[in-house]
Design a protein. Structure first.
Length: 107
């Protein structure tokens, strides 16, 4: 994976076409790039991100932020209840309990 200005590009190699191609994966919009060498691929990735940001600016739109920090989660009511009880027992908010649990799982 590659990163530039907070945007992450995932790359694959197409053996038939003998070319690398990638996509920015932390956007709702589709931003792609390709290159025949690592240097060409990195340059194309950075140019694609810059083009995306310029395009948004020209249209007067805010570009997608890679991550807002907000995360919507749907649970079964019983699991929601169990987590809320556990959070109260640990003297935490439900948000803090879920944050801590996910942070531990991501390690």
């Amino acid at each position: 994976m590659m990163e530039y200005k907070g945007y992450v590009g995932q790359v694959e190699f197409d053996d038939d076409a003998n070319i690398f191609h990638g996509e920015v994966i932390n956007l709702r919009d589709v931003v792609t790039f390709q290159g025949s060498s690592v240097q060409e691929l990195r340059k194309a990735f950075e140019e694609s991100v810059d083009d995306y940001l310029e395009f948004c600016a020209e249209r007067g739109e805010s570009p997608d932020k890679p991550y807002s920090g907000k995360f919507m989660l749907r649970l079964e009511p019983e699991l929601h209840k169990m987590l809320a009880i556990r959070a109260r027992k640990e003297r935490k908010s439900l948000n803090a309990l879920v944050h801590d649990t996910l942070a531990h799982a991501a390690e």
